[in-house]
Design a protein around this ligand. Structure first.
Ligand SMILES: *Cc1c(COP(=O)(O)O)cnc(C)c1O
Length: 342
């Protein structure tokens, strides 16, 4: 783990529960073909699908701080929310199992006849699953259902920690500020200076954490590669929640309010979501097959596949290096229609 440096030092102010297997590997991948097939940058993949906890994925890093916060506050349960095949819910279920807290998941849709993918894992980890019948893209309605459940649990005498969609609070984002330092360390060890660090974005917390991390590095004159988010949900594409504002909130929280994140730092590429969140795209499916064939990587149709399609669709300086953070999502491949094969 990146235990020294200005980001780690600043984050020592926050309670943390070690849950993830860190650092994750940075793998050297093939040369990217570029949109015209004439080649561009070398791809490097940061394997945050291998964070361990509950099958892995980016939420494990956020949950180290979210669970640390919940335990410091004396909470006896974790309540969170997500789409039916939420990776965040699955990993929260595992975190609760590890630390011995009850977990309640507020999920979109109705209970299916058979649990598959992330839902199967959440059930195995012992979480209580509350199916709301709400559509998976109606995040506002899902958040209200979460608040209602929290109120019910409180009136029954419990002290639940209420974790918003994707764990994308300032506290959750701390996990990705630390990840930024880890990636820069990896790049130094690999002898590269990446042109960009690219990742898939839906609730914005990963992006916010990376932006905060970059701002701290820049403030200290350290290597600070730019961050590019590939938006896969309408909210982040419409700039709500604003990742720069969330990054600022995190910096305030750790006493670094003087470190600036500017609007120019925020790059969200809106061109790879397709019609909506979790609706597969042809480019995303092609990226899934490219990743599987070229690197043995498993990417999913809601997140990583669309994110990688944004990397494959961009031009970079020939001879440069780009880092794609594989944020996970592998269990969703085992849900019905989860993989781009007949
Ligand atoms: C949640 C998630 C993301 C997006 O992260 P946010 O912090 O919500 O923007 C990307 N990939 C996978 C697999 C995820 O589960």
């Amino acid at each position: 783990m990146t235990d020294s440096g200005p980001i780690a030092n600043a984050l020592r102010a926050l309670p943390r529960t070690r849950l993830a297997t860190l650092p994750t590997p940075l793998e050297r991948g093939p040369e990217l073909p570029g949109p015209d097939g004439r080649g561009t940058a070398r791809l490097w993949v940061k394997r945050d699908d291998l964070t361990g906890l509950g099958g892995g994925g980016n939420k494990a890093r956020k949950l180290e701080f979210l669970v640390g916060d919940a335990r410091a506050a004396g909470c006896d349960a974790l309540v969170t929310v997500g789409a039916g095949q939420s990776n965040h819910c699955r990993i929260t279920a595992a975190a609760g199992a590890v630390v011995g807290l009850d977990v309640h998941l507020v999920l979109s849709g109705d209970r299916p006849a058979e649990l598959t993918g992330n839902q199967l894992f959440s059930a195995l980890f012992g979480a209580q699953m509350h199916f709301t019948g709400i559509d998976g893209t109606e995040w506002g309605a899902l958040e209200i259902a979460r608040e209602e459940l929290v109120e019910t649990l409180r009136s029954d005498g419990a002290t639940p920690a209420s974790i918003g969609i994707g764990g994308s609070s300032a506290v959750g984002a701390a996990g990705y500020a630390l990840a930024y330092a880890e990636i820069v360390d990896d790049c130094r060890a690999a002898g590269i200076t990446p042109a960009a660090i690219i990742h898939t974005s839906s609730s914005g917390g990963t992006h916010a954490g990376l932006l905060a991390g970059r701002a701290i590095h820049r403030h200290h004159g350290l290597l600070a590669p730019p961050v590019i988010a590939i938006g896969v949900a309408k909210g982040v594409i419409a700039h709500a929640p604003d990742p720069a504002a969330l990054a600022g909130e995190l910096l305030d929280l750790i006493g670094l309010g003087a470190v600036e994140v500017s609007a120019d730092d925020v790059v969200v590429d809106p061109d790879w979501m397709g019609p909506d969140y979790a609706i597969p795209t042809a480019a995303g499916d092609a990226a899934i097959l490219w990743a599987a064939h070229r690197g043995g990587w498993l990417m999913d149709r809601t997140y990583s596949g669309k994110g990688l399609s944004g990397v494959l669709g961009r031009s970079f300086e020939p001879g440069s290096d780009v880092v794609f953070i594989h944020t996970g999502g592998v269990p969703a491949l085992f849900a019905p229609g989860g993989a781009p094969l007949p």
